[in-house]
Design a binder for this molecule. Structure first.
Ligand SMILES: NC(=O)c1ccc[n+]([C@@H]2O[C@H](COP(=O)([O-])OP(=O)(O)OC[C@H]3O[C@@H](n4cnc5c(N)ncnc54)[C@H](O)[C@@H]3O)[C@@H](O)[C@H]2O)c1
Length: 423
């Protein structure tokens, strides 16, 4: 394929070299005369292992070139790839001027070459930007320049880049995943052809989902680093070998390094997590160690509980009858200590709702000790609120609030459900 890449920085130049090595013809476009001159002189504009040889190979074969202006290159090109920067602006948002300018450049070039093209140009955005950017910024620019011809001339794709600097070439050929965002989420034949040689999970999704993935990945990586460093500081403060702690931690691929605990749903609770997070905060404070991420966990969890209440009670009036399905922090246990669902039931009562509960694991007369203490301080008449399975299934409620997986064993057909937890 002939591919034109806009922006020859860390992402664009690496991609240019990798595409050339796969046999494609690549023309790079960058506003920087300096970068373009360097590339044409055989010198990579960035430091990245492997690129020097790939660049020289591309130049020798006549399949890689760089320009400061796209000129007529889009007339016969198969794919245009956008890799311009999205640096921070003063208010913290991405500065979108480079994306806006390059979109305008591409659209204007297409107007000039519309007579030469018999099919839409796939314009693939790889820069990182907020969900909604394609629909709210990129599409309107194309539409304003190309007018009614827009659909016939451009096929917009969002394809986030997951490479890491210093291992970028290796990453390019060994991707963790490939995400392709399109208007209808059904994918693009050209993108499948482009990635045909690369084995990785492939996701075809709508624009907003694809735009969100990169944000989530980067934020998650930041959480991991901040968490590791806070744990490292606590270990250092307690003279504990943090390397050994790390080795044990990452060896657990069932619960620690796994998909567990990462699905959006209910707040955390139960007899261990809140108590032990609180105690670790105390240890850190005793040792004079600042742990801002760990300190934020219970606050974040409280905020989530309020959010769950807002969702559960939205558009309901005082006095309406609601059914909560699942009272313990997860299905199949009668441990009610610090269960977020007990807190939710209390909030619903405080706001004047008539609350019934179904949780077959809870037998009030069997509760004892701290478990009994926690629930009786919050739900004094739990025994009167609990329903049998039949009463829960057949009852008439304004709303049924699914709080944990208890709902999986219940026939809730005919119920008006708000799911706070996956069913
Ligand atoms: N650096 C990474 O490791 C990495 C990884 C994944 C995603 N990203 C994202 O990819 C995007 C690019 O990152 P980068 O690090 O390669 O940026 P960069 O600053 O190194 O390169 C951007 C290039 O775009 C050029 N440019 C700006 N406007 C242009 C225009 N109108 N036409 C042609 N060229 C133009 C600039 O001159 C610059 O050379 C960013 O959104 C970034 O967040 C970066």
């Amino acid at each position: 394929m002939k591919i034109v890449i806009f922006g020859l920085g860390y992402v664009g130049f690496t991609q240019a070299c990798c595409l050339v090595s796969q046999g494609h013809q690549v023309v790079g476009v960058d506003l920087s005369k300096d970068k373009v001159a360097k590339i044409m002189g055989g010198e990579p504009p960035i430091v990245e292992p492997g690129l020097q040889e790939m660049l020289l190979h591309g130049l020798r074969e006549g399949r890689l070139s760089a320009l400061t202006d796209v000129g007529d290159e889009l007339a016969d090109c198969d794919i245009a790839v956008v890799c311009v920067g999205t640096p921070s602006s003063v208010d913290g948002s991405h500065d979108m001027r480079y994306i806006a300018n390059v979109t305008q450049d591409i659209a204007e070039s297409l107007v000039k070459h519309s007579d030469f093209r018999d099919q839409p140009l796939a314009v693939v955005f790889r820069s990182t930007f907020r969900p909604g950017t394609i629909e709210d910024l990129v599409q309107p620019i194309f539409e304003s320049v190309l007018g009614d011809a827009c659909e016939d001339q451009v096929q917009i794709v969002y394809n986030p880049e997951f490479l890491r600097e210093a291992t970028a070439v290796a990453d390019y050929f060994s991707l963790p995943k490939i995400v392709v965002g399109t208007q209808d989420g059904r994918g693009s034949a050209l993108m499948e052809a482009l990635y045909a040689d690369i084995e990785a999970p492939f996701f075809n999704v709508p624009f907003r989902v694809s735009e969100a993935t990169k944000f989530i990945d980067n934020t998650w990586h930041a959480v991991k680093v901040a968490f590791a460093n806070e744990i490292g500081r606590i270990c250092f403060g307690m003279d504990i070998d943090s390397d050994k702690v790390h080795e044990i931690f990452v060896s657990d691929t069932k619960l620690n390094i796994s998909a567990h605990y990462l699905r959006p749903g209910g707040a955390f609770g139960g007899s261990c997590l809140p108590k032990d997070v609180r105690a670790l905060q105390r240890i850190a404070a005793d040792k004079g160690v600042s742990t801002q991420l760990i300190d934020s966990l219970l606050r974040s969890n409280d905020a989530h509980k309020h959010c769950m209440f807002e969702r559960a009670s939205a558009e309901l009036q005082r006095g309406e009858h609601v059914l909560l399905v699942g009272l313990a922090f997860k299905a199949g246990t009668d441990d009610l200590r610090e269960s977020p669902n007990v807190d939710l039931a209390r909030m619903m009562l405080d706001h004047g709702f008539d609350v019934s509960i179904y949780d077959p694991a809870i037998e009030p007369e069997m509760l004892q000790g701290a478990n009994l203490g926690y629930v009786s301080a919050r739900l004094g008449h739990l025994d009167k609120m609990l329903l049998t399975r039949e009463a829960a299934e057949r009852g008439r409620f304004s709303r049924t609030i699914v709080c944990n997986a208890t709902a999986n064993s219940l026939d809730l057909s005919g119920h008006r459900i708000v799911a706070l937890s996956a069913i």
